[in-house]
Design a protein around this ligand. Structure first.
Ligand code: FAD
Ligand code: MLT
Ligand code: ZN
Length: 471
């Protein structure tokens, strides 16, 4: 990058808004797990939409590629530059204003760099709920949530970011601003352009702000930790809960014993809710907008019915918010705990909910044939058909030997996912990690259309190159 461009960028965002010292850039150059790293030409931190537009226009004029970055918590290397030393990281973290809270319209308008937790807090302070919830919510940003179409634990009841968004403001790759910040629930005036940018992982433009839906605050909750004989019981239990608790079912996560065992081993204060070991567990949550909705009773009677039907082996209903939080900590701790067991090979897949049991049986068996003794950490948002099929090496084996099998193991999982009509990325995206293989699993006409859209919106190919689309 030329000194002239650096100087002009500094004029736009101020001297503090451009970082080019390698030490200071380190935090932006690799992801939180250090699984992906690169060498940025510079990190630019604009303070507002007009500044983003000016920065993008300058980079476009100079032919410099840009990598949008939010909280850098993504799991596919999407926010990390390559090693060329020629890509600029465009960090949105200075843009974190809540621009508007329209309670009549039940919407909140926020800037892209706002941390998810702060948006949840702003909604809660007004007595409303912004329901997106995920383990990284203390660091991830709304821009990153939109660009990855984030899911998390509230999807079952409220949907993904695609469902939660009414309008967007986006800086296009030529530096023009698309003013799509509309708060409309109905708008049939043509193509729904915002949906193009949601889930595009920064390859079509820089999201600078969004109008998001709010929901009535949840005034009462009930949670239970449930022991299950196997994955089919999880599918059956969802059916029972839907039947008896209806829309009050707000969360349904499953965890294999192996997943929970890692948390019990590595998370301070973690405690097994049962004396006995069970092969699978579910974490169930009900929520209601009424303060005294009798949810504990609804949950107990639903689980009692499931017990009668032979679906549930044992269950503990949380008797206080602190106990419910401890149960959620067992679930949310899995990702971190697995890091203590050597490399964690992550796969984020979805299949139709009804097919999960057969999918797990076939895939587990095939993985064991490739690496005997492999430790399978399968868990996730099973109510959405979304499993985190994460893998750890056999006990006591070599890290590098296991890493060398990563490609073979991924193939097993993705071939199986495909055989069950699933998707190789349910919620984390493609980024760098799955870009090389998506062509094997996605219809070639769909990919052709995606390439055409990319060419139309970003003809110079400067917006997050090397991500999402196959090379
Ligand atoms: P980043 O990592 O900074 O970026 C992610 C992608 O979005 C990149 O491609 C980047 O270029 C692009 N991007 C970022 N900001 C913008 C912008 N303003 N405009 C255009 N493009 C942009 N994800 C889930 O979906 N569900 C989960 O349950 C979940 N749990 C997680 C738990 C843990 C412990 C961790 C570490 C991660 C988890 N994730 C989960 C993944 C991650 O948190 C999400 O993908 C999150 O939405 C990323 O937000 P971010 O701000 O960190 O984005
Ligand atoms: C989760 O739901 O815990 C994450 O999306 C999965 C992960 O970190 O692998
Ligand atoms: Zn997840």
């Amino acid at each position: 990058m030329t000194a002239d461009l650096m100087g002009r960028l500094r004029q736009v965002v101020g001297p503090a808004g451009v970082i080019d010292d390698p030490g200071e850039m380190a935090g932006y150059a690799s992801d939180w797990r250090n699984a992906y790293s690169g060498t940025p030409a510079a990190v630019v931190r604009p303070g507002g939409t007009e500044e983003v537009a000016a920065v993008v226009a300058l980079c476009a004029e100079a032919g410099v590629a840009m990598v949008p970055q939010g909280g850098n918590t993504g799991l596919c290397g999407g926010a990390v530059p390559d090693h060329s030393g020629r890509q600029v990281v465009l960090s949105l973290t200075r843009m974190r204003r809540i621009r508007d809270l329209d309670l009549g319209n039940q919407t909140i308008t926020v800037e892209a760099g706002a941390v998810l937790q702060s948006v949840q807090a702003a909604a809660a302070a007004a007595g409303w709920l912004f329901p997106l919830s995920l383990g990284a919510e203390g660091s991830c940003t709304i821009g990153g949530n939109l660009a990855t179409n984030a899911g998390g634990t509230g999807v079952l009841r409220y949907g993904t970011m695609r469902d939660l968004t009414l309008g967007l403001e986006v800086v296009l790759p030529n530096g023009r601003i698309w003013h799509g910040l509309r708060g409309l629930r109905k708008d049939n005036t043509g193509y729904d352009l915002k949906q193009l940018f949601i889930g595009a992982e920064g390859t079509l433009g820089v999201i600078t702000a969004a109008v998001l839906k709010l929901f009535p605050g949840v005034q009462s909750r009930a949670a239970a930790w449930v022991a299950l004989p196997g994955p089919q019981a999880a599918v059956d239990l969802i059916g029972v809960l839907r039947e008896l608790a209806g829309d009050r079912l707000t969360g349904f996560e499953i965890m294999s014993r192996q997943s929970v065992e890692f948390v019990l081993r590595h998370s301070t204060g973690a405690r097994d809710p049962f004396g006995d070991r069970h092969p699978w567990y579910a974490l169930v949550e009900l929520g209601d907008t009424l303060p005294a909705a009798g949810l504990d009773g609804v949950l107990e009677s639903s689980l009692g019915e499931a017990f009668e039907r032979g679906v549930v082996v044992d269950a503990v209903v949380a008797s206080s918010p602190a106990q419910a939080a401890a149960l959620w900590a067992l679930r949310e701790g899995i990702s971190e705990a697995q890091n203590h067991e050597g490399p964690s090979l992550k796969h984020d897949v979805s299949v139709p909910v009804s097919r999960i049991p057969a999918f797990l049986e076939r895939t587990d068996r095939a993985l064991g044939q490739v690496v005997p003794g492999i430790r399978i950490v399968a868990y996730g948002h099973v109510g959405d058909g979304n499993l985190h099929y994460n893998l750890s090496k056999p006990d006591g084996s070599d890290d590098d030997e296991f890493r060398a099998r990563a490609g073979d193991l991924a193939r097993v999982i993705y071939d199986s996912t495909s055989a069950f009509d699933g998707s190789i990325s349910a919620e984390h995206g493609l980024g760098q990690s799955k870009r090389g293989i998506i062509a094997d699993y996605k219809d070639s006409h769909e990919l052709e259309l995606m390439r055409g859209l990319k060419q139309l919106i970003d003809p110079q190919g400067l917006m997050n190159p090397g991500k999402l689309l196959p090379g």
